[in-house]
Design a protein around this ligand. Structure first.
Ligand code: ZN
Length: 82
């Protein structure tokens, strides 16, 4: 996972059912967002589900651990030529 990736909250984070009181349901978010930045990598190496991330959702910025979200579309990298 990296900055620019399109992500959605995992089913463990929000079950979307009745009585789910999570931030996303409270704000009527569709749970889709884009990774803004990595706040903390996991042991110096960002694994697929590791780290702590700042993500811009349709209803605003929220911070989540990598295990709470899943990547649905890899963002394009513009700096791969280094
Ligand atoms: Zn929810």
């Amino acid at each position: 996972m990296k900055v620019g990736d399109l992500v959605k909250i995992s089913n463990d984070t929000c079950d979307g059912g009745h009585g789910c009181g999570c931030w996303f349901c409270y704000n009527s978010s569709n749970g889709l967002g884009m990774v803004l930045k990595c706040l903390k990598s996991d042991g110096g190496h960002v694994r697929g589900t590791g780290g702590y991330w700042s993500i811009m959702f349709d209803v605003g910025e929220w911070r989540l651990y990598g295990s709470e979200i899943e990547v649905i579309s890899m963002g394009r990298r513009h700096d791969d030529t280094r």
